[in-house]
Ligand binder design. Structure first.
Ligand code: MN
Length: 742
């Protein structure tokens, strides 16, 4: 295991003014926190963060990044907390370590091919800082290097994830060495047989051509000496994975692959690169179509190099990459190399294409090379791609992508419509949170469900996803329909009872066509809405039945078998059901299994008030109104005489409210007052002083001296209304104050 001083020395080699104290503190803290924890290999756990730090020193990262590497598993795996790390190392390092903790959830995600792209996006979105991503990649690299100690099923899953997500990401960040090594390690695990075969063939080819390679290298060096170009030549061999992929994608045999041998020519300057190219092309013939100049036109990930393939001294094809040292650094370490990259002035900027999803990285790199202090830039670089999306997890680790601003309700509907419809609450990262909470990247969302739930219509304005919105709309419609059909059932039960017949839904089936309804539910809802008279249904089922038209007096209120109706304001009414045979339930004081709670939804209420209102304390009656369910009238209302000859429209209703019900109810009053300046204001004053609300006010009649006005009020109950009326009467400007239709 690397010693503390060795780590510091490594960083010192490329950053002489390193903050030693920070590195030492992070080393000791992480070592103590991980204590006796062991890795699967049996090594002390601390060897892992230390190796991750070492990988990052190879990439010459600043000491903050190295410290983060040392600390990266502390929050996740030890007693360390964000707060403690903030206190000891400052909030910047705390933030980075927390970013890695969030990313560690990715390792729990079950492997699903369609999730790969989402995962890549998530990685970018929650990394926020390039350094988090760099540490994550180094972390993954070390885990891949030590993969052999894992259980085999786990090993394959991790390798596949590496191949699908981390290796391409490293490539897109310009870190070719990292990408190649990740691919190699993953290839070996995923397809050991293919890996072995290709590796052996490559080794064989290399052995057989050992002399040729040396010969080419010598020839190149001689050539450059002759032209006076100072170069360094490195031979390189294709990696088994890239050979294998080429064989697969291009359907080539091993022998057909031309570019198994390659050389990298490192030149001091850009001019030198073109000089070297000229020297090579005048000495050996080039293979047409294989020349690429990524110096004048860099790749999106900022890769710059000249590529060419020649027919070499022994007639084999040889691939050459010509580049400067800086370019070589970038090619190897990608974004990480930019902390050392100073060649911005000499750089040819090619046309950049914003269509590439990874153009951000290019912009990042451009800014990086222009900044005064690359370290500062690294620190402040936010990865802004995908900022219009958030990525959250189910408790089982499934990843859900949502638009920004999404709530747990959107999340629930994204998982499944049933989950959305039955959602009553949510735990976000283990804590119960309001359903309106805006979700953040990496949140784990656990939906609390209840079968009894009906999604409130108000959710429609809270959610941001179309799926949630349309599902809520559908559920709301169904709920309204259910309320109407429940109400219809009660009404029919009563109508059949009056006719001395027993009601059952079965009896409706044979008469659907006569009622011109498509199914039983449709009949019930139509009766509930008042579109279909209950008497007509009775007559349809029993054509011989003679309606004796018993004139109905004021409905009697019974104590048993009442059903609940609730309107939008939360007011609860009850209507009677069948004279209860299920006495037990009713006597038990329960709402009963047949209870029909009617909840108002978006104005589409089964229950509404007559224009003159009704308040608790009034005896009330309901009248079925075609298309709108029940209208509530005070029983003394003269308007009721209009329904005297339609007894089937009368419904018993009663209040079901108590002291805890803090709702106001509508009532209309008529006030006659003296025409004097300020009299209207004075009346308003009396109403307000009595804790009532004026809803509307209109002039009924004006005489020179007096004005009669109708005022629609909202009051608590009858007592409240009467008190208000007497206060008004006591006022000198008021000659009369009375309830309308009261
Ligand atoms: Mn780790």
């Amino acid at each position: 295991m690397m010693r503390q001083y060795e780590l510091v020395e490594r960083v010192q080699r490329y950053k002489p003014d390193v903050n030693e104290a920070l590195l030492n503190k992070a080393y000791v803290y992480a070592m103590q926190k991980h204590g006796h924890q062991k890795r699967a290999s049996g090594d002390p756990f601390f060897s892992h963060p230390l190796e991750v730090a070492a990988i990052l020193t190879e990439m010459r990262m600043d000491e903050a990044t190295i410290a983060v590497a040392l600390l990266h598993d502390t929050i996740e795996d030890t007693t360390a907390t964000r707060q403690e790390i903030d206190e000891l190392f400052g909030p910047d390092i705390g933030r980075l370590v927390e970013g890695l903790t969030k990313l560690s959830k990715l390792d729990l995600v079950s492997k699903k091919a369609e999730q790969a792209e989402n995962l890549r996006k998530l990685l970018l979105a929650i990394s926020e800082d390039v350094r988090v991503l760099l540490v994550k990649l180094a972390d993954r690299l070390h885990n891949m290097r030590t993969l052999d100690h894992m259980r085999s099923d786990k090993r394959v899953r991790i390798a596949e994830e590496t191949m699908e997500i981390y290796a391409p990401l490293a490539g897109r960040m310009g870190m070719q060495d990292m990408r190649e090594e990740l691919e190699e390690l993953a290839f070996r695990t995923i397809n050991p047989e293919a890996h072995r075969t290709v590796t052996e063939r490559l080794k064989d080819v290399f052995e057989r051509n050992r002399n040729v390679i040396a010969e080419i290298e010598r020839a190149l060096l001689t050539l450059f000496e002759k032209y006076g170009i100072e170069v360094q030549v490195k031979s390189r061999q294709k990696k088994p994975w890239s050979v294998f992929r080429k064989m697969e994608t291009k359907a080539l045999s091993f022998e057909q692959l031309s570019d198994i041998f390659g050389f990298r020519v490192i030149v001091g300057t850009i001019e030198g690169c073109y000089l070297a190219l000229g020297a090579i092309h005048t000495t050996w013939s080039m293979v047409p179509g294989r020349f690429k100049d990524y110096i004048s036109t860099p790749k999106q990930n900022d890769y710059r190099s000249i590529h060419t393939t020649i027919v070499g001294p022994s007639r084999q094809r040889v691939e050459l990459q010509i580049r400067t040292r800086d370019m070589d650094e970038v090619a190897e370490y990608g974004v990480a190399a930019h902390s050392l990259y100073k060649d911005s002035a000499a750089r040819a900027t090619g046309p950049s294409s914003d269509t590439n999803a990874y153009a951000w990285l290019r912009r990042t790199i451009e800014q990086l090379s222009e900044g005064d202090s690359p370290e500062d830039f690294l620190e402040n670089t936010k990865l802004e791609l995908f900022h219009d999306q958030v990525f959250c997890f189910t408790p089982k680790g499934m990843l859900i992508a949502l638009p920004r601003g999404a709530t747990p309700i959107d999340f629930a509907y994204a998982v499944h419509t049933d989950i959305g419809d039955t959602c009553v609450g949510a735990k976000v990262n283990g804590r119960i949170m309001p359903l309106m909470t805006e979700l953040k990247n990496g949140d784990e969302v656990d939906i609390i469900r209840s079968k009894a739930q009906v999604p409130p219509a108000a959710w429609e304005s809270v959610v941001v996803t179309g799926k949630a919105r349309s599902a809520i709309r559908r559920a709301t419609k169904n709920a309204i329909r259910k309320q109407y059909s429940g109400l219809g059932t009660r009404i029919l039960e009563r109508a059949f009872e009056r006719a001395g017949k027993a009601f059952s839904k079965e009896k409706l089936k044979p008469v659907l066509h006569r009622l011109a309804r498509k199914d039983v539910e449709d009949v019930l809802a139509a009766v509930g809405r008042g579109e279909l008279a209950s008497g007509d249904v009775v007559k349809a089922v029993f054509p011989d039945y003679k309606d004796e038209r018993i004139t109905q007096t004021a409905p009697r209120q019974r104590e048993e078998g009442w059903y609940n109706l609730r309107n939008a304001a939360g007011m609860l009414f009850q209507i009677p059901g069948r004279a209860s045979k299920k006495k037990g339930a009713a006597e038990g004081g329960e709402k009963g299994e047949g209870a029909v709670p009617i909840r108002g939804v978006r104005g589409d209420l089964p229950v509404r008030f007559a224009p003159e209102g009704a308040v608790p304390g009034d005896r009330i009656v309901g009248i079925m109104q075609p298309g709108s369910g029940i209208t509530i009238y005070p029983i003394q209302s003269p308007s009721l005489t209009a329904f005297d000859d339609q007894p089937e429209r009368w419904i018993d209703v009663r209040w079901d409210i108590d002291e805890t019900t803090r709702e106001r109810f509508p009532a209309r009053i008529s006030v006659t007052a003296i025409n004097a300046p300020g009299s209207l204001a004075e009346i308003a004053q009396v109403v307000a002083a009595n804790d009532a609300n004026i809803h509307t006010l209109s002039m009924v009649r004006t005489a020179p001296d007096f004005t009669e006005m109708a005022i629609d009020l909202e009051v608590w109950d009858l007592k409240h209304l009467n008190r208000l009326l007497s206060q008004l009467k006591d006022n000198a400007i008021v000659s009369e104050a009375k309830r309308v239709n009261g």
